[in-house]
Design a protein around this ligand. Structure first.
Ligand SMILES: [Zn+2]
Ligand SMILES: [Zn+2]
Length: 59
């Protein structure tokens, strides 16, 4: 089962989210993806925080 993760700011899934995407941790704007806690992370902070990127396609 694919669990829908919603944006912490607008309560929409990543594909529908129109928020400005930047890393909530370091404010970086490169390669930002929503992670399983509903926050956006850059690759570095993702690794540092050990969070998984949401697979919005449910594959
Ligand atoms: Zn959003
Ligand atoms: Zn970051």
């Amino acid at each position: 089962m694919h669990e829908q993760v919603l944006c912490a700011l607008c309560d929409k899934p990543e594909i529908d989210c129109k928020c400005d995407r930047y890393c909530w941790f370091c404010k970086g704007q490169y390669n930002i993806r929503m992670c399983v806690d509903g926050q956006y992370y850059c690759p570095d902070c993702r690794e540092a925080c050990d969070v998984r990127v949401v697979d919005s396609l449910g594959r």
